[in-house]
Design a protein around this ligand. Sequence first.
Ligand code: BES
Ligand code: MN
Ligand code: MN
Length: 457
Amino acid sequence: MDKVIDFINVNREKYLEELKALLAIPSISALPEHTADVVRCAEWCADEMRRIGLQNVKLFDTPGNPIVYGDWLGAPGAPTILFYGHYDVQPVDPLDLWESPPFEAAVRDGEIYARGAADDKGQVFMHFKAVEAHLKQNGRLPVNIKFMIEGEEEVGSAHLDDFIRAHKSDLAGDVVVISDTAMFARGVPSICYSLRGLVYFQIDLRGSSTDLHSGVFGGALANPAFVLAQMISQMKDRGGHIKVPGFYDDVKPLEAAEREAWAKLPFNEKQYRKQFGIPKLHGETDYTTLERVWARPTLEVNGLLSGFTGEGAKTVLPAVAMAKISMRLVPNQDPAKIADLFQAFVEKLAPKTVGVKVTRMHGGKPWIASYDNPYIQAAGRAIAKGFGREPIFTREGGSIPVVSTFQEELGVPSVLFGVGLPDENAHAPNEKLDVANFQNGIISSAYLYEEIGRTRQ
Ligand code: BES
Ligand code: MN
Ligand code: MN
């Protein structure tokens, strides 16, 4: 193992240069004009996987973006890791807020800045380098490993579940490893044992067949913008409680032990608030901030559009109004059931004065694991070696819908070991990854393969 770790330490500068090449590919899955870049990025990953010594490397076509697969299965009798990550990234707008171009990675003050640095290219690349170090130095890995890197995570992984169902035996393994989450704080390595789920909707209201003069006609018919605002205002009360009937029925209450453990975490509420530049935090009454983001469901407006939004004033009655609304779900809420409840609620809230169209978009189930799982314990030992500090166990508010698919379709548990930081601007301008965490992440991953290689269920 020493040889492996020495190799990783010697090559630290080279890793950054290599990562820059991956970060230079604008693999934005949400924008059709980047489809060729997305494919180019999949090919880049496949080439890299061949270069580091993985076998059976290939791109699987899906009705959407390709899935990159590669494995190394030369450790008979040892467990098999199924590694999952994503090579697609979020759009970069607003571009003018970036301090350096999003696809020209730049290192400043110990951070590498680029779209995808933390979410998720940097963290996938960490594992490429850990595999490479083992194979270069020892000619073998202490574990079997299958890599599966997808290109549609940021747009809801529409084709992934079908792919997994169609390749169950190819993907069989003992444990899923994912590095696509954040550490609790700088210097506090973390293992995530729960993610929130998601349901996402678009609501379109239609009033008159065209925009109208608001003086000539105003007062005689409903304004869709106003109706939409009234509908949205009925979705939550002032205490942040969601008013969709039945919404909380399946919510698993927080355990007292969890609440006590979280209250002891080094969480600085004031500092947390300051990062947003807001005067006061807001959330559901009777819950702490950590509880609100880790273990309570939410309903949020992600976008709102109607009427005249240019400079100046225009006296108009808009013909249409649109909102994007999503809900983060917690165990044991079921996205399909919540989607039905929400749709029925919206249809009930809509007055007869407008036409309403409710469109369901992507979604995913929430996930929770118990952390006495031996693979999670193995990850804990690896991270302690890589970071020189025992990890803590956290939940996260974000979603990785495939985690529950792995559990349900393959019966395989997941270990979520991420090295991002909460302030690394994932999905926002100036996304970055801490270079020391990246390096320690490679070392931890190298140890992780060894620790999992020794683990018996
Ligand atoms: N890596 C994130 C998920 C994440 C971030 C989990 C931070 C925990 C902590 C992932 O790339 C992501 O953004 N997921 C989407 C899923 C959605 C598009 C279905 C999300 O959470 O919004
Ligand atoms: Mn991600
Ligand atoms: Mn993301």
